[in-house]
Design a protein around this ligand. Sequence first.
Ligand SMILES: [Zn+2]
Length: 596
Amino acid sequence: MRFYYKISNTLHIYLVYILVIFAHMKYVYATPSQTAHITQHKDITILPINNAKFLAGQRFDFLIEIKDPTLNPANASSTIQVTINDKNIINYFNKKPKIWRDGDILSYRIDSISFNDTGCIKVKVKTPNSLGIATYEVVYNKANRKAKNVILLIGDGMSLQAKQMARILSKGISEGKYNDVLEMEKLDRMALITTSGYDSLTTDSANSASAYATGHKSVVNAMGVYADSTISPFDDPKIENITEILKRKTDKSIGLVTTANITDATPAAFVAHTRRRSEQNMIAQSYLDLNIDVLLGGGLQHFIPKETKGSKRKDSLELIKFYRDAGYEISKTKQELFTQAKSAKKLLGLYHNDNLNVYLDRAVLKNPKVLGEFQNQPSLLDMTNAALEVLSKNKNGFFLMIEGASIDKQLHKMDWQRATYDTIEFDQVVKIARDFATKHGDTLVIVVADHAHGASITGTYHELDGKSGREAVRTYAHSVFPTFVDNDNDGFPDDPNPDITLAVQYANHPDYKADYHFKQEPMSPTIKHHGKNIANPNMKGEEYRGNIPTEEDQEVHAADDVVLMSEGVGSEYFKGVMDNTEVFFAIMRAFGIDGR
Ligand SMILES: [Zn+2]
């Protein structure tokens, strides 16, 4: 109101203001489907974005960025009006904003607030030159019956086709009928999950895991934050995630298990807040700060001081020592893990400096050249058993996220055989989770991918009639069944390179060479040449011209929907076509917990 009072007092200023207002007044109102426009192109950016959905009581940072060089932070409290459901924001949250200018952009921020009442929220931002509106939804859906434990299994990059490759290799097919389905395919319920971020169609593992962990979409490389306009990866407005809510509101234990670096995007998104997933040293610290009970995977490199060989830290911090002081049992081999799991209350297991080796290299080929000094890595099954042993000691229950990480990493390298063996390993972990749920009850088991890859099964491949390369790809009626056998009944084919194998082809790839055979040693599909990625000349086979930019050194994610399968208490909340953010709300509903 002071604004109108001022302009009516001075005729001169009045006229100037009117001109400015009519020249620049922009009504930034977005319908739900226009969300991206608000954040990308307009003068007022409201974060969380329009169309965001909150769990009641879920904490978040609120930030408005206004691109308007005429606004002065000194008198911003009178020139910028921010209301929540027509009530002044300062009175609504009982918290004062921080207001500052950086270049063209004026920022208006209130940290750590929440909406406690369910329903519709309308945020209105009014400056002399523009108007911004964002509409939110706040929910809390009561559970029919509460889950004590939730086991969330994420097959990273496990597209529908990747899952089917595992079914063909693991179960086999007779007269066109599969001999069996995968363990994950035996779960009661199924839903289709859409995976886009709020500013791009194709997502990455940080952004997609963040949607599962917070119920909010983000941008590629980001987790637990909305992306502001500054470069810093640490100042973006945060949104509270599932583990923070559980730690704040309950006495449940939390576990994260992965075959990647434990600080890699998927596990990290359940704890950390950063615009840049590569900040893995910070993420290693975040786990300790939040007192995550079980952490098993690779990534020793982010926990040891820079002076130690192999370290990726930039400081001399011996993070492992801080974990030990905080009561964690620390293991670096599978034997140590087995011993510690019996007695430990908190576990930190780091079994490789980087990502764990894939199943084929770690458990089948065991090539010392490939494994290096990490000859005693546990399997994903070993880590899952240990995590469940420790977590189930808590009578209040737990949340456990288990990631099969190399399904994605190997599909990037267009090594579908290594990806598929890891998918089978992941599927065997689903059996462990199901058996646990059967024995203990009160447990929700969810199996889902975070995004897809463009790898597809064209048919089969063989050279039995002397043909090779492209001419030996068997399509339609020529696609005789593959000859994978599993004589030792361990669920994995005995030979990853049988006479008749799958013809797996990629929809989105750089220049690369392929001979369709299994590669005894992992190889990169490309090398860098004059600043561009070209086919690795050491690969055998025919060369295929890429169809993605030459800056990409490997196959990239696809925007395809992914499948979710669920069973147990609360599994009924997963059905139909769901946005990836809805997975969070369904988990919280199953737990019967909100943020209030
Ligand atoms: Zn990926």
